[in-house]
Design a protein around this ligand. Structure first.
Ligand code: MIG
Length: 775
């Protein structure tokens, strides 16, 4: 590929940018005169002051359409949203499409400086480049930027945001699968945030040369929108950002259970055997995942006659045994004149083309393949409708992979393309945005998100009464509206277990709550110790899946001997018992955008020490998780923020640990590595082998402390009826040795569930008292 931008231009730019004194007005470089138009607007969102700058090269018609914003067309079926009447105020959440209704007022750069007091400057520094500079005071921490192979504080490094199949997961190659250009800045006890909405390549240099400066380089010839969020608690900033970019709806309940995957279960017989092992060993599991080898020669929307001769029968037999099936779908469509999906897609003009108007093809699993242009609504509808193939078979969820897109013979993103934007005609292929034709690199970060959107819409249209489950690898801001995510090809390394914590926490802060990594690790061979410790952390991943590559050793829980199997079973059991709590957290996300895995800073405000801890996390407000993530270790330091804390499995007579300090804590090999906040009430379900059965199993409210609060949710776990108010939400209270409840919403009727309560004891055989929930 021709590299058109001159090297000289690039070098000058970097020199000039580096030389610029921080406080000098806007001038960094001669290219400052490139024409640029901009407007400043402001709005109050979820109680946070937000300033938006729109900027675009003179002569263009304003900024490009934003796919990040939650301003869905009818095709997505916008949710109704709840009432905000006084009584149900705490239930009010922002309905789909809210961002479109926000009222923005004209404002000035003075207001901007109040909201974001870091000396922000921006310029168009070359024909295809915008630059942004702001100051990073010595004490400032930089959270955010979604999926990065890095600790929570992103400061001191360059972060390249261009969707890339980074299958090595090495720190030396920083671009990953998802691009979430949102940063949270902590300075002197206060939080601010910035979100740069452009799906082109962005490089965030967060003071890598330690001169107190951040420099963002955006490689684009189009415009952008920059949102600056005023001083507010971290939680409120996340709330405001997720008003703009939307929130996840409730997932189908089964998708919260354990999912077992492998690349690949090669045939029907193996799948049946895996399902049988789970049930005969009483290890809870909801889902078996079929990776690419279920297909006929990797043709999407087909199954192999040889290896899965009767997929429908297989899926219905599994359903009898309460297993769901998820299948993988890649974007590449085999270029094969005898393949109806290819022919139809071609006839309907759904595939991307090169600048000369010829079909673009690239090599992926099926060989030479064509790629749908998911930016176009008619293509999304076409692709979505193809999923009837799967719903007819009884497949419940779709896993969209390779959607950066990853193309074996075109790894441009890693090959110089992050330094300079090629001329439009040289950009791999063209796509069609609402403004018209555009080179792929301008919109690359949207590809995976629009594929999962298309899949979500397709499943919704095919099974209107069921919540779709879509899992995606690539994505961009707002992706949470359509899918769960996993973080791609990690390795069976302790380092990647360690990294999973800040990575998942950061993805959650950037609006994406339903996230997990491959438990046990994808590449290489795991060990029994690593697998068990991974499950001890993973039981708190909202997306809970064991997945492993072709070449790795068998990684299902029973291949490592009794001791490991027993520990892993227990961790999986606790994930299931915690489902009522987890379900409540998904509901909370809808109400206020809060993630499920949270950094300590989310709840330990004004605690500077907590800011730098990224090997622990909150699972909701009340559970603090501190897994052992090093080989051979039996104990670890645990920092407990202010308040009193109980060991999760401390039992009825446990004494509290006083917060505000660090303890060296030993966790037994099969002990849940967590603490519970004094003053909380955790709803735990009786153990069942699937999430759906758990949904109606008896619930025990475990009360921690003499005065305690919690909440508890009931809804049907599968339909969209909750959007019409068909859910029950209870506020639980414990005072003077008595548990009571208040109903905040009663739309679901009486669940018929049995209830108990107990003090501090989470074990299944705890001494319980019966509790009558009052409706
Ligand atoms: O080129 O479908 O990240 O989870 O097992 C590899 C095979 C393609 C990459 C995914 C991985 C999946 C694998 N896929």
């Amino acid at each position: 590929m021709a590299k058109q931008t001159t090297k000289v231009e690039q070098e000058n730019y970097w020199l000039e940018a580096r030389k610029s004194p921080r406080n000098s007005a806007l001038a960094f470089g001669d290219s400052a005169n490139l024409p640029l138009e901009s407007t400043y607007q402001k709005c109050d969102i979820a109680g946070v002051s937000v300033v938006r700058i729109d900027a675009w090269p003179k002569g263009q018609n304003g900024v490009p359409f934003s796919f990040a914003l939650d301003i869905e067309a009818e095709e997505d079926g916008g949710a109704a949203g709840f009432d905000t009447s006084a009584e149900t105020e705490r239930l009010a959440f922002f309905s789909s499409g809210e961002a479109g209704r926000l009222e923005w007022e004209k404002t000035t750069s003075d207001v901007l400086n109040e909201v974001f007091p870091f000396d922000l400057k921006f310029q168009r520094t070359a024909e295809s480049r915008f630059s942004f500079i702001f100051g990073l005071p010595e004490d400032a921490r930089c959270y955010g930027l979604g999926e990065r192979l890095s600790g929570l504080n992103r400061r001191g490094a360059v972060h390249t945001l261009i969707n890339t199949d980074n299958s090595k997961h090495l720190p030396s190659m920083d671009a990953m699968y998802k691009s979430l250009p949102l940063i949270f800045l902590w300075h002197q006890g206060q939080w601010h945030a910035a979100f740069l909405d452009s799906p082109a390549c962005q490089k965030w240099d967060l003071d890598s040369s330690m001169n107190g400066e951040a420099l963002i380089t955006l490689l684009s010839r189009r415009g952008w929108q920059l949102y600056l969020f005023g001083r507010a608690p971290l939680k409120d900033l996340v709330a405001a950002y997720t008003v703009l970019t939307g929130r996840s709806k409730l997932p189908p309940h089964w998708a919260l259970g354990h999912q077992q995957s492998r690349w690949s279960y090669p045939d029907e017989k193996t799948v049946r055997a895996i399902a049988h092992e789970f049930r005969s060993r009483s290890i809870p599991c909801d889902t078996i995942v079929l990776d690419i080898d279920y297909m006929d020669d990797y043709r999407v929307f087909t199954t192999s006659d040889e290896r899965f001769p009767n997929m429908k029968q297989l899926i219905s037999d599994l359903a009898e045994d309460k297993f769901q099936v998820v299948t993988i779908v890649d974007p590449g469509v085999k270029k094969d004149p005898n393949y109806s999906v290819f022919n139809d897609g071609k006839k309907q003009d759904c595939f991307v083309k090169k600048a000369d108007g010829k079909l673009y093809t690239g090599n992926v699993w099926p060989g030479v393949s064509a790629f749908p242009d998911f930016l176009r609504p008619e293509v999304r509808r076409w692709w979505g409708a193809q999923h009837g193939f799967y719903t007819d078979l009884g497949v419940k969820g779709i896993w969209t992979d390779m959607n950066e897109p990853a193309i074996f013979d075109a790894n441009e993103p890693l090959d110089g393309i992050t330094d300079q934007l090629p001329k439009e005609r040289d950009q791999l292929f063209m796509q069609v945005a609402p403004e018209g034709e555009v080179g792929h690199m301008e919109v690359r970060n949207l590809y995976g998100m629009q594929m999962s959107r298309s899949t979500w819409q397709g499943l919704k249209a095919l099974r209107p009464k069921e919540r779709p489950f879509v899992l995606t690898r690539a994505g961009y801001a707002g992706m949470q509206r359509y899918s769960a995510v996993w973080l791609g090809d990690n390795n069976s390394w302790w380092e990647h277990l360690q990294m999973s914590i800040p990575m998942l926490v950061s993805v959650g802060l950037c609006g994406v709550p339903f996230a997990g990594v491959d438990i046990g690790g994808f590449a290489f061979d795991t060990t029994g110790e690593l697998l068990a410790r991974w499950y001890s952390a993973g039981l708190f991943y909202p997306f809970f899946r064991n997945h492993c590559a072709l070449s790795g050793r068998l990684q299902e829980p029973w291949h490592f001997g009794d001791r490991v199997e027993k520990a892993v079973r227990k961790f999986i059991e606790f994930h299931y018992r915690l489902l009522p709590y987890l379900q409540g957290l998904f509901f909370e996300h809808m109400i206020n955008g809060s993630p499920i895995m949270r950094p300590l800073a989310f709840h330990a405000e004004n605690d500077e020490h907590a800011l730098d801890i990224d090997d622990q996390f909150f699972f909701g407000k009340d559970i603090l998780v501190a897994p052992i993530v090093h080989r051979g270790k039996r104990s670890r330091p645990v920092y407990l923020p202010a308040g009193n804390w109980y060991r999760f499995e401390g039992g009825a007579h446990a004494k509290p640990y006083e917060g505000g300090r660090t303890y060296e804590v030993a966790f037994a090999f099969d002990e849940v590595p967590a603490f519970v906040r004094e003053g909380s009430i955790i709803p735990l379900a009786a153990l069942r082998m699937t999430a759906e059965e758990t949904r109606t199993a008896p619930v025990t409210f475990v009360v921690f402390g003499d005065k305690a609060e919690g909440s508890y949710l009931e809804e049907d776990g599968i339909s969209f009826d909750y959007e019409a108010g068909q859910f029950n939400l209870f506020q639980m209270q414990f005072r003077q040795n008595e548990l009571t409840n208040q109903s905040l919403s009663l739309g679901y009727g009486v669940s018929g569930r049995e209830f108990f309560y107990t003090l501090k004891d989470v074990s299944p055989d705890a001494e319980k008292r019966k509790f009558e929930l009052s409706y």
